[in-house]
Design a protein around this ligand. Structure first.
Ligand SMILES: Cc1cc2nc3c(=O)[nH]c(=O)nc-3n(C[C@H](O)[C@H](O)[C@H](O)COP(=O)(O)OP(=O)(O)OC[C@H]3O[C@@H](n4cnc5c(N)ncnc54)[C@H](O)[C@@H]3O)c2cc1C
Length: 574
């Protein structure tokens, strides 16, 4: 495997059979499947050349499982739910082989010593399946797996390219002539229909580039901006770039107030975010608010609270932390010691039993779920007691919904129903439950509308069904955990360019790219990972694709589809 950094190592263009943009779980698992396809001869290529492009040096781990996550960041389910069987057993064997290093929280693993200490007994007893594992351990495992397989393979070359993919172009005749003239001896990407990805060095793009290197303006698509970029050419491309950036929240950065707005939990990772929050609080002038507002009650917010406690920061808090969430704090944040297993649905079960298939609607399924959950709470159950039963009924009903209603479920109601079935349990839940119970964290229900920065800190306007109001407290720091942008409205330069210049269409839910049953958004352009959201066809029914388990399972099909595409394009005339 060769490693190249755009601008430092790569001066000439690169050719490959397959280009994978994004080296997270989606790109890496697709690569692993492709290597398997090559081993069985299914690619039709004697020597497979794959270019893997990522803007981060954190290759083959992606955003959640490498150095961009925090040392205290854990998977949000227990391990038995996190991975499908085969790879889970391999991962457990990997963990067992490193047991002593994990128990000692060996610095090279980058995990929190607290975790190893707290779970020493389970680790010693090999009870991995029930643990909420540090995410970085999975990243180490995944990268090791790629390196091991490549070390024992002679008919594959993987070129790792660190740089920012900024545009995708279909190669024309001129480009083909250039490709044919190249002297790198690599795969011939010059066939009609070949594709090129323009790649810039990290941080080299102009426009509204931020220090994080992550977000670029749509104006990057000008020829001037592209001069000097490296062209990576291939017969197929896999778009595995993860989710779009965090959704921006309305605030006026130009306001000359004292508050700080921390807008992206992911770009530099959790440890960096905590440092920034701490520094911002310390820098608040005398008399100004030192309170913190976290916007959103999703997994990011949960992780933030846990990391804060792990870093011992909350003990130093003489200030207040508020969580603002449109639907309030999810039940999944609370430990219920007296969980009950005898819950049975009334409304959804009744709807399923008495409605003929042709009359079923997505909206009615959702309404029945809401009524069931309300009833359950009123009868002394907790939301978490209802999850298994309601999930099972929903998946049966989904099979029976008429086609247009299935589409509506995929576009709208699947995500809404998913709000009642969040992963629960484990270390994060215990932390959040304790913080809420002790009053150290306070919950506000409402939708963030806008924040005004003043000398005293941020004044925040919110909305609920009852109308618009301003939160009583003023905040020194606001941390944005509001979730991802829609693909259709994203600020990300590459995702913009794919839609505005390359003609890729967002799915009707606007959360991903529309693909066909071969996972192609355009001929030879495959999509993997969260950007498959909003697709319904004979191979796919996805309203949301954030679970690692499902991403890994889907990568097998995508890898096989790419192999089929390689076989089909090999015979095309040059
Ligand atoms: C913080 C966090 C925690 C999560 N925890 C869990 C969990 O516990 N369990 C679970 O099942 N799922 C979890 N998920 C969900 C799921 O596992 C992830 O969404 C998954 O990592 C997606 O993998 P990916 O490879 O598609 O995206 P990513 O991991 O985001 O990888 C995409 C890669 O593409 C690169 N990239 C993006 N744009 C460009 C560009 N223009 N040029 C070059 N490179 C680019 C990025 O640098 C990144 O490395 C979590 C997600 C997040 C964000």
């Amino acid at each position: 495997m060769s490693t190249q950094k755009i601008s430092e190592d790569i001066r000439d263009d690169v050719s490959a059979d397959v280009i994978i943009v994004g080296a997270g779980v989606s790109g890496t698992s697709t690569l692993l499947r492709l290597l398997e396809e090559q081993r069985t001869g299914a690619t039709g290529t004697d020597r497979l050349r794959v270019a893997v492009i990522d803007r981060s040096d954190d290759m083959f781990t992606g955003l959640p499982y490498g150095s961009r996550s925090g040392g205290a960041s854990l998977i949000v389910t227990s391990l038995d739910e996190f991975l499908p069987d085969g790879i889970r057993q391999d991962f457990i064997a990997w963990l067992e082989a490193r047991k002593e290093r994990i128990l000692a929280a060996d610095a090279s693993l980058g995990i929190s010593p607290h975790w190893a200490e707290e779970h020493a007994e389970e680790i010693r007893g090999g009870q991995w399946d029930s643990l909420f594992i540090p995410r970085r351990l999975f990243g180490h495992f995944l990268r090791g797996r790629v390196e091991d397989i490549l070390a024992s393979t002679s008919d594959v070359e993987v070129i790792r390219i660190t740089g920012e993919a900024s545009a995708l172009r279909r190669m024309g005749t001129a480009a083909r002539a250039g490709a044919a003239a190249r002297a790198d001896g690599g795969a011939d990407a010059g066939a009609e229909g070949g594709i090129e990805i323009l790649v810039a060095a990290q941080g080299a793009l102009p426009g509204n580039a931020t220090a994080d290197g992550g977000i670029r303006s749509a104006a990057d698509g000008t020829d001037d901006a592209r001069r000097g970029m490296t062209r990576v050419r291939g017969r197929s491309v896999v778009l595995a770039v993860g989710s779009p950036p965090t959704r921006m929240l309305g605030h006026d950065p130009a306001n000359a107030g004292s508050g700080r707005f921390l807008d992206d939990t992911h770009v530099h990772g959790m440890d960096h975010l905590l440092q920034e929050a701490r520094a911002a609080i310390r820098a608040m002038p005398e008399g100004a608010s030192r309170d913190i507002l976290v916007v959103g009650a999703n997994a990011d917010a949960l992780e933030l609270l846990h990391a804060t406690v792990r870093a011992g920061l909350e003990r130093a808090w003489d200030h207040h932390v508020t969580i603002l969430a449109t639907h309030g704090i999810p039940d999944a944040w609370t430990v219920h010691p007296d969980r009950r297993s005898e819950y049975r649905s009334r409304h959804l079960a009744d709807y399923a039993a008495r409605t003929p298939d042709a009359k079923l609607t997505a909206r009615a399924v959702y309404d029945a779920v809401v009524r069931d959950v309300d009833d359950a709470m009123a009868s002394g159950f907790c939301e978490q007691d209802t999850v298994d039963e309601l999930k099972e009924l929903c998946s049966q009903l989904l099979e029976r919904l008429p086609a247009p209603e299935q589409k509506l479920y995929v576009d709208v109601y699947g995500t809404k129903v998913g709000r009642f079935a969040r992963p629960t349990g484990g270390d994060y839940q215990r932390t959040a439950s304790e913080l809420l119970e002790s009053g150290r964290v306070h919950a506000e229900r409402g939708h963030f509308e806008h924040a005004e920065n003043s000398a005293a800190g941020w004044r925040v306007t919110t909305s609920t069904e009852e109308g618009i109001s301003t939160l009583e407290r003023t905040f020194g720091v606001i941390i944005n955990c509001a979730g991802f942008e829609n693909v259709a409205e994203t600020r990300d330069g590459f995702l913009r360019s794919l839609q505005d210049e390359s003609g890729l269409r967002s799915s009707t839910s606007r959360t991903g790219f529309e693909v066909d049953e071969h996972f192609q958004a355009a001929p030879g352009v495959f999509v993997a990972g969260p950007l498959l959201a909003g697709n319904l066809n004979s191979a796919l029914r996805v309203w949301h694709l954030e679970s690692c388990r499902r991403i890994l399972a889907m990568a097998d099909t995508i890898g096989a589809e790419i192999a089929a595409h390689l076989r089909a394009t090999e015979l095309e005339p040059v």
